[in-house]
Design a protein around this ligand. Sequence first.
Ligand code: MLT
Length: 392
Amino acid sequence: MKINKNYSKLEENYLFTEIALRTKRFCDANPDAPVIKLGIGDVTLPLPEIAADAIITAFEELKHAETFRGYGPELGYHFARKAVTDYYKNYGVQLDDGEVTIGDGIGSDIANITDIFEKSANTVLVPNPVYPLYKATSLMDNQKIVYIECTAENNFLPAPPDFPSDIIYLCSPNNPTGATFNFAQLQAWVDYANSCSAVILYDNAYERFIEESDKPHSIFQIDGAKTCAIEFGSLSKTAGFTCVRSGYTVVPFALKSDGILLNRMWQQRQTTKYNGAPYPQQRGLQAALSPAGITQADRNIAEYKKNSALITNVLNEKKVFYTGGKNSPYIWFRCPNGMSSWDFFDFLLNKVNVVGTPGVGFGSCGENYFRLTTFNTCVATKEAMERIRGIL
Ligand code: MLT
């Protein structure tokens, strides 16, 4: 047996696993500590009612012989794929249903799509800091990683480099910094990718949080994106599906390499290695993306945005440098007194029993930064920020 030795290049624990382990250790040692979790971006509000009802109805159908279903189509039911293409019309983007596949969330699809790229053969641009999955999967595949620095100096919004690459990960609104490309900035990335025949893997998990009209909700709003981009969408943060699991991936027919359609390759990959997302989840997705579903989901997002204000009010008062919170559910701020990210994590947990996410866990440029999520309840967030106010 020859194992994939590239796994030895990974961190000992994935970031959110490490945070959960440290939190558990602390809670075991301090069982009465009133710990508040503003670490992993996990939702707390219930599903939009229309989505929950659709899921329940779907399970009910499975209970009866007349409506029971077995295997579904691996790439997604037509009703779900159409729900996605209809949703994109809100942003003026026309897609063919065949360009959309339904999955169980961005994490899996953005990792699984790497199957269609040759291992050890691609130069991959990974923003630093960014959601740690992109680096981890690139390491597993032994790709050559080039980090692109996102710092306060470039407002955490890097411009394309002056050298070619093959695969580019972009996440906008960005996790963790909340920085969001405007149309012109994203156009520059699309032009760059087309100029060197690279593909952009565009993580669009947080688009529903965008407030500013100069920021695109999809990379396909940008001219030329269909020949260079794959977009990943998720219901996790939009409609509270972190438990339900549902997402979609758009691989345009116009995206080719050496005349081969990447859409075809992704279909081959999925029909071979994946049996399709569960039917009830797809009914949930369909309902959540309907106009009524979006209205209900946006109500939840508005609630989370109140937490943004609770967090940023304290940071403003204490004159702490921060970004995010406007177009994204994360607030990214500089640790006080030049503390390292992990030192501040331990300090916060021990002193005021609040869990956050150390910025360095998203990349070396995140050192001395810290991320708080707005996804907890208003009551818990208010309490956490009262405690944090006392130590800043
Ligand atoms: C985060 O906290 O960065 C994300 O919620 C984690 C995830 O989506 O896997």
